[in-house]
Design a protein around this ligand. Structure first.
Ligand code: ATP
Length: 311
């Protein structure tokens, strides 16, 4: 009798921007405690998983050629983690195709997004009976930003960013994203922050509470005043040109700009959708970045495309 091969499953997964990213001092175990407010944006990767007799990974789009398509890729590590979780011991007979729209090493958690999408895609492909909360536990083992990519929306993250509580966000916020021509390594940016703090006392952002209140009010002007990122000084110290990019976005009419996570992507909050298109057009012509994208948020986390049966 012929075995029935399930059809491939495609999952769309959002990038994140940090509206607030407070970084505590380096702990003895080498990690920093974070308090962050994430928002999931309409800038996405698409991940297709399929049963195959030629297991492996293919990568197209942003960063193709610069991201390794091997066992170190976070998407493949997600295949292995889910296989182990459900007790599949044989080599996974899956092919994973990444179509990346999220810049690589851009501070928008693209690798984490791919891992989250792979978990959701495989759960559907293998018809697994796992809840999203169960997937989130596996996700946290893969990286601190992976659980957020599963849930999406707007959330407060603590610990290393993996302990999440949803945050009420009224209305849609409109963003312009400026991609840089080269990525920044997250560990290097954290090291630079430690160096800056050892050398002096760079200002730290305050509490996240006003940001949460601004999100509930839905007023982009109020939120714009409160965007803050302790990693921004370190990213700018490593990539001084970002100062010019941040200035150019505000000169183009954005309400405010911030470095996203560890950078170097700059995210500009705009008054509304029309203003975002105008800011994007002007920023494109300013010659301060490689590519400009318009996005809105919050959007949902990793979801099967064309289906609503995802865990
Ligand atoms: P972080 O989540 O640490 O803020 P980031 O958003 O700045 O990271 P990513 O695009 O997630 O950056 O990539 C960080 C590094 O992870 C890359 O330099 C790459 O070598 C590695 N990586 C592994 N898997 C992937 C993937 N599927 N997509 C992109 N990068 C990946």
């Amino acid at each position: 009798m012929l075995a029935v091969v399930p059809p491939p499953v495609t999952v769309r997964v959002p990038a994140k921007v940090n509206l607030h990213l407070a970084v505590d001092d380096l702990r003895e175990d080498g990690y920093h405690e974070l308090v962050t407010v994430f928002q999931a944006l309409s800038l996405t990767d698409e991940v297709t998983v399929a049963v195959t007799d030629e297991p492996g990974l293919e990568i197209y789009g942003e960063g193709e050629g610069s991201v390794l398509a091997d066992g170190t890729n976070l998407a493949w590590r997600a295949v292995e983690a889910l296989s182990a979780h459900v007790g599949r011991t044989e080599e996974p007979n899956v092919r994973v195709v990444l179509r990346k729209g999220i810049p690589v090493a851009g501070g928008m958690a693209g690798g984490s997004a791919d891992a989250a999408a792979t978990l959701v895609g495989l759960s559907s492909l293998w018809n697994l009976d796992v809840t999203r909360d169960e997937l989130a536990e596996i996700a946290a083992g893969l990286g601190s930003d992976v659980p957020f990519a599963l849930y999406g929306g707007t959330a407060l993250g603590t610990g290393r960013g993996e302990q999440l509580v949803p945050v009420l966000s009224r209305h849609t916020f409109h963003w312009v994203l400026a991609f840089d021509s080269e990525g920044l390594s997250t560990p290097k940016v954290f090291k630079e922050l430690d160096r800056l703090r050892a050398a002096g006392n760079p200002p730290r952002i305050g509490s996240h509470t006003p940001v949460v209140e601004a999100l509930a009010s839905g007023d982009p002007r109020q939120l714009a005043l409160l965007l803050g990122n302790d990693l921004q000084a370190a990213a700018v110290s490593l990539r001084p040109e970002l100062r010019r990019t941040l200035r150019a976005g505000v000169n183009a009419g954005a309400l405010a700009g911030t470095v996203s996570g560890s950078g170097p992507t700059c995210a500009f909050l705009c008054e509304d959708a029309r203003s975002a298109v105008e800011v994007a057009a002007e920023l494109s012509g300013a010659g301060v970045c490689r590519t400009v994208r318009v996005a809105h948020g919050p959007v949902p986390g990793a979801r099967v495309v064309g289906g609503d049966d995802a865990p």
